[in-house]
Ligand binder design. Structure first.
Ligand code: MG
Ligand code: MG
Length: 259
């Protein structure tokens, strides 16, 4: 069964989802060459607690941090560390906020200073593919419609689509049914139900799609060492169309203020 939510519950999921965006905006303020990724973790953890939330990832199946921080060839689930960001890096930051009994889960990939043109396009196209997937997130459509839209948008531009990880139901649980793959066939997969909430999160590679797992059991990296990007929104399914519960507005206001 796919969990559906009452209007009151939906507003609580929206609040948690919006807090993720605000947290990522705080992180965006700090991202610069020379900054250790552990510093981003500290900023996020403190901000989430200051607004009455709990980091949704910390302790989830043993994950030790508030943020997943994945630099360059890391795709997702990287640990914050003593690594110092440098000009030209990209850093994907995935964040969860748990508040009032509900989870928000959203991710954004940031450029550190100026990045190369192919990498800038990877970021832009991965984000655009997220919105292509979101367009298909309508009650009565299927998860395969979302995956197909993301896959055709990215593969037609020469990118790889990571297949081993996928989007998911989100709300009462951080990871719930249904799985929402970033590849697939139109008309296939689980039917999307009105008043359910899914996280859509394309993980797209500049090179080949194949991945490896770090020895810590978490970090996912591209086998060919090429960079990967990751963007994620929480989306309410309705009959009328997608209602994006998370937001990149505050993140992008910070990014634009730096330029
Ligand atoms: Mg996430
Ligand atoms: Mg997620």
């Amino acid at each position: 069964m796919i969990r559906t939510y009452s209007p009151e519950e939906i507003e609580k999921i929206r609040e948690s989802s919006l807090l993720v965006g605000k947290t990522l905006a705080e992180v965006a303020k700090v991202i610069a060459p020379g900054v250790k990724t552990m510093e981003l973790e500290r900023v996020a953890d403190a901000y989430i607690r200051s607004v009455g939330g709990v980091p949704g990832f910390k302790g989830y199946e043993g994950f030790p941090y508030a943020l997943c921080i994945s630099v360059n060839e890391m795709v997702v689930h990287g640990y914050p560390s003593e690594y110092e960001l440098k000009e030209g890096d990209i850093v994907s930051v995935d964040c969860g906020v748990y508040k009032n009994g509900f989870h928000g889960d959203s991710a954004y990939t940031f450029a550190v200073g100026e990045v190369s043109e192919p990498v800038r396009r990877l970021m832009e196209d991965t984000k655009a593919s997220l919105y292509e997937g979101i367009k298909q997130a309508v009650a009565g459509n299927r998860t395969g419609d979302i995956g197909w839209a993301i896959q055709q948008y990215t593969e037609s531009r020469g990118y790889g689509v990571v297949r081993e990880l996928c989007g998911h139901g989100v709300g009462e649980k951080l990871h719930d049914k249904p799985d929402v793959p970033n590849f697939g066939h139109r008309g296939c997969g689980t039917k999307l139900k009105a008043n359910s909430v899914i996280a859509i999160e394309p993980m797209i590679t500049l090179g080949k799609r194949h991945i490896g797992l770090q020895s810590n059991g978490w970090g996912i990296y591209t086998l060919d060492g090429q960079p990967a990007a990751h963007y994620e929104h929480d989306v309410l399914i309705t009959k009328e169309g997608p209602d994006i519960l998370s937001s990149f507005d505050e993140i992008e206001a910070v990014i634009n203020s730096k330029h």
